[in-house]
Design a protein around this ligand. Sequence first.
Ligand SMILES: C[C@](O)(CO)[C@H](O)COP(=O)(O)OP(=O)(O)OC[C@H]1O[C@@H](n2ccc(N)nc2=O)[C@H](O)[C@@H]1O
Ligand SMILES: Nc1ncnc2c1ncn2[C@@H]1O[C@H](COP(=O)(O)OP(=O)(O)OP(=O)(O)O)[C@@H](O)[C@H]1O
Length: 284
Amino acid sequence: MLSNPIRWPAPAKLNLFLYITGQRADGYHNLQTLFQFIDRCDYLTITPNKTGKITLSPALPDVPLESNLIYKAAMLLKEHAGCDLGAHIELEKNLPMGGGLGGGSSDAATTLVALNYHWQLNLDKAVLCKLGVTLGADVPIFIHGKAAIAEGVGEVLTSVQPKPAYYLVAIPSCHISTPSVFKNPDLKRDTKKLSHEQLMSNKWTNDCQPCVKKMYPEVANTIDWLLEYAPTQMTGTGACVFSTFDHASNAELLAKKTPKWLNCFTTKGLNISPLSELLTTKTD
Ligand SMILES: C[C@](O)(CO)[C@H](O)COP(=O)(O)OP(=O)(O)OC[C@H]1O[C@@H](n2ccc(N)nc2=O)[C@H](O)[C@@H]1O
Ligand SMILES: Nc1ncnc2c1ncn2[C@@H]1O[C@H](COP(=O)(O)OP(=O)(O)OP(=O)(O)O)[C@@H](O)[C@H]1O
């Protein structure tokens, strides 16, 4: 018997710090980064079927089906598990694309976790992470589902508990390609690797931010405007930036003050992802 349709969340993430500690022979960069989830999500409503096919609607503008990370994740899982079932996936896309909030990676992670459930494959998280990292460096953290320091290229995860926080997330109007930032010759690639204790107690910054500020004046203007009111920095390779607050009301107050050109939302930091929360209710 096939399971009923389920609406699965695919949350966004913030990189609360991001340091580049070196570059590997294959060009990928070694990182030390702190991931926390936020309560802003895409949603994937998944209906399993026996067609053997993966269908997805609506299509994303400028992303053909074969390039959509949801489709790629589903096909990868099907092939790995030798599964002859199919699924229809309805996507509610709320997260900006190419914004550094990890929406595409999160969609891929949710697809792997949800289809593993619907198709009753019983693959453990470690196997899903191994499959996931071939789709994107950020996929494993979304499968892991707990706030964590990520090392390696993003796949070596140690759960940590950053203190509860509220954020104003601003979305500058530019799309930034991750490879273009990592290819920039001015990028700082030699930050000293620190212990987790040192990382958690130091001031948090992002090694990509100076380069991105130079490349994209929209990002520079957004950070500079917000810094007048609250600690603010970029997430991932941009373009989104976040200001940090102890109380939701302070984030909301600042959101009300922002000028028209600054597109933003307020949100809460989460140390357990909404995907993990839902999965627990399904599997307990
Ligand atoms: C920088 C982060 O946003 C931090 O969360 C991510 O690590 C990027 O993850 P992502 O968007 O899933 O990136 P991927 O799709 O795996 O990689 C895109 C491109 O970024 C570069 N890249 C990515 C991750 C990494 N650790 N080193 C890299 O050099 C590579 O050129 C790669 O071809
Ligand atoms: N389901 C999907 N959702 C979003 N983007 C997708 C998806 N499938 C493929 N893509 C492609 O991946 C690119 C990056 O998407 P994403 O939203 O994950 O960027 P990001 O937030 O900058 O991620 P990161 O923080 O991991 O760098 C998009 O510009 C798009 O071309």
